[in-house]
Design a protein around this ligand. Sequence first.
Ligand SMILES: Cc1ncc(COP(=O)(O)O)c(C=O)c1O
Length: 371
Amino acid sequence: MIRGILETIGRTPLITIPNTNRAGEAQVLLKYERFNPGGSVKDRPALYIVEEAERRGLLRPGGTIIESSSGNFGISLAMIGAAKGYRVLILVDPKTTDANLALLHAFGAEIIVVTEQDDSGSYHKTRIALANKLARETADAFRPDQCFNLLNGEAHFRSTAREIMDACSGKISAFVAAVSTGGQLGGISRYIREKAPEAKIVGVDAIGSSIFGGETNPYRIPGIGLSWTPTNLDLELIDCAYKIPDDQAFLAARTLARHEGILVGPSSGACALVALKLAQELLPGERVVCMASDGGERYASSLFSEDGTARQGAAASADPEELRGLARRLEPWSVRPAEQANYRPDLAESLDVPETTLRMNETAYAESARR
Ligand SMILES: Cc1ncc(COP(=O)(O)O)c(C=O)c1O
């Protein structure tokens, strides 16, 4: 018997994509995070940070969880708040989809829509600054602070990374993940570097995001990108970075739905494209593990009806051969990401990062190693 929904977080499957990934190349394995009860990879850091906050007395019964998130992390916190009885307040922005707003409502979260853009034209900094202000003004508030809290990466170090390496008996040739807060790529790269130092570790971002340097411009892939390099990600551990155009990410997600029967969101489409590229460069028998951070239902109206796809039916999805060709032609954005780092140590102060985050950061990974 499972005691409550939160016990079902984690232990997600690794899935092959045999109709797209051919026998003469390395095997691509998708770590399919849609199987988490909140529907995404973010259930893991959300539960980990909330339970660490409870353990350290930073979140007490009757408390309020306040977070900035336009998507998956907010939904995970809303689900966790419903299950554990906390009030949850999520700061979203005008780009947040109706599907995500409906899920936040379903779990009973309160929602604030932040409409003021920051200096990069996105809403990340304005949302974070307001969330920090509200947390200071609200009694018994706790800010999980996914962007600056290093326990985000530690959650993946302790769960996602271990699951991957155990399932592969410690043998992988490459690992691919998309980046926003850097939690996934940061935590998992740290673990893989310890257990399989030769594995190639690859980050995936949107064209228009400047996590791996470059210009900041608008893009449409939901959930990924930032206008600075997040502290959860140590670029010294990353071998290579790709920036994927919006349309290719969407096309890859549609192809996986149509030809593999696997519903993933656009960030997973972008990662799968890069994983197929790496698989073509490696040998049969080698493994490329690729994060599929969420499922496709969340994007049903944009992903599967974009450009009239709904009307055109299957014709608008690429066939696997076309996708493999697109993958083959991809060029890395950077083969030495650390040289294009865009860390912004000033942001912690200017955005007023909470004291609780700084306290949690003091013990990040150290506590993890002891347990
Ligand atoms: C769909 C999706 N993919 C990828 C990411 C990036 O993950 P991380 O924030 O751990 O870097 C996110 C983060 O919100 C996401 O929602």
